[in-house]
Design a protein around this ligand. Structure first.
Ligand code: AMP
Ligand code: MG
Length: 414
């Protein structure tokens, strides 16, 4: 058996970052910048007011109370042609450019209107008050984002604010997903004897999208070598996949056709990983018609095993190809709240757990339910995976290492 870490190292050595591309900003959302972004426009583009109020000369308010003549008004989107002189003010709305002559804005709450064209200011206003200077958010020439930054919704907003119309990013990986097995049904029809409903591909397609890649549904492929070989070649040369994920057919069964076909047409590594679940795992590369070596992840068919090997091996590899600096899911040390017994078998056990935030400010975990590799329903209640090292188990109160699952799987603070 090979330690998980060794398998991961080998897989990652074949999964380097893809060549960067230039994309329109909106199409690049969620992806990783391949180059620094330097601002060519200041934000804000001009000095403007942070409040609704009156633009004035701060020195006029030095005594703590004064009355000024209101000579005009200016709203956001307009520019005043008037100049503020001592003893005058201009009514101004949030976001409007600061008129000539003034050096501060007093908020309307600190004033009283007197008649039609005067205002009383009831406080001392400092020079510069409530003025947002040009470039005070982003200055021209500033490196706003460095390569490796993920384009989050906030980053996308900033890119819009500096008019970055296109950005250089690592492209999304197109990941083809196929399930293999004569027993699988996904069309809703009544089950024939020996048949089961497909679940892995359904799950993996979504997890791949959530990981930031494009998932291509390659359907169910029957346990037939010729059909499978054609499906694999079409995945690369018709669907243009940059990576392939197969489920099933990589263990020791007589009809494990994925093993037979990939063993013949691809450069493969067959693993028995020192972990439970998901001991059988295959990884290799298959050449497309252009001679590009496309990574192939051969996941085991048991649904929980499929999920575990995707999470622990394929996901970080795919994210590395897309330039993510955080290719791995977040890990924390957590307190185990129950005894977990296991036997010595040379493997690390990855139990599915439910993690919550305890009153002691630490993450606490208990197992989420049954731990069989076919029991996806019990696993679906988990929000994390706990590593139990080889041995006889871990006692309640011990510290364990936990990897969170899913985008919103972190434990909530009560
Ligand atoms: P295999 O790895 O092909 O030997 O499959 C191992 C177990 O997983 C068998 O019980 C299969 O029926 C089951 N299995 C394989 N593929 C799927 C799938 N896509 N969805 C649900 N169960 C599957
Ligand atoms: Mg099978």
């Amino acid at each position: 058996m090979t330690p998980l870490e060794e398998v991961r190292q080998l897989v990652l050595s074949f999964c380097s970052r893809q060549a960067p591309v230039n994309l329109p900003r909106a199409e690049a959302a969620g992806q990783v910048l391949a180059a620094d972004v330097v601002a060519t426009e200041p934000v804000p583009p001009f000095a403007n007011t942070a409040v609704d109020g009156y633009a004035l000369i701060a020195a006029d308010t030095a005594n703590g109370s004064c009355e000024l003549q209101v000579i005009g008004e200016v709203a956001a989107g307009a520019v005043s042609s008037l100049t503020v002189t001592p003893g005058t003010a201009i009514r101004i709305m949030t976001g409007a450019p600061i008129p000539a002559g003034c050096d501060a804005v007093v908020m309307v709450e600190d004033t009283e209107r007197v008649g039609d064209n005067h205002v009383k200011v009831n406080r001392v206003v400092d020079s510069g008050a409530a003025i947002r200077n040009a470039g005070s958010d982003v200055a021209v020439g500033a490196t706003v984002f460095t390569a490796g930054t993920r384009i989050s919704p906030m980053v996308e907003g900033v890119l819009a604010s500096i008019n970055a119309k296109t950005v250089q990013v690592y492209p999304q990986v197109r990941v083809g997903v196929m399930s293999t097995g004569d027993e699988l049904v996904d069309d809703g029809s009544p089950l024939q004897p020996g048949h089961i409903r497909e679940s892995n591909r359904t799950m993996l397609l979504r997890i791949i999208e959530e990981a930031g890649a494009t998932a291509i549904d390659l359907g169910i492929v029957r346990d037939n070598e010729a059909v499978l070989e054609q499906a694999l070649r079409d995945a690369l040369n018709v669907h243009g996949c940059d990576a392939l994920v197969t489920s099933g057919g990589v263990s020791m069964g007589d009809y494990d056709v994925v093993k037979a076909v990939l063993g013949r047409i691809a450069k493969m590594h067959w693993f028995q990983i020192a972990m439970k679940p998901a001991k059988p795992f295959a990884f290799g590369t298959l050449s497309n018609s252009k001679g590009v070596a496309v990574p192939v992840f051969g996941l085991p068919g048991n649904p929980v095993s499929s999920l575990m090997s995707f999470e622990l091996i394929a996901r970080p590899a795919l994210r590395t190809m897309m330039g993510f600096t955080d290719a791995f899911r977040p890990r924390v040390r957590a307190v185990l709240d129950e005894d977990v017994k296991r036997g010595e078998d040379g493997k690390v056990h990855f139990d599915r757990v439910h993690a919550t935030w305890g009153h002691d400010g630490r993450v606490h975990v208990v197992r989420s339910g049954a731990q069989g590799s076919h029991q996806l329903a019990a696993t679906s209640a988990a929000n994390a995976i706990m590593a139990i090292p080889d041995g006889t188990g871990v006692q309640a109160g011990s510290e364990v290492v936990v990897t969170f699952l899913g985008p919103d799987s972190g434990p909530f603070r009560p």
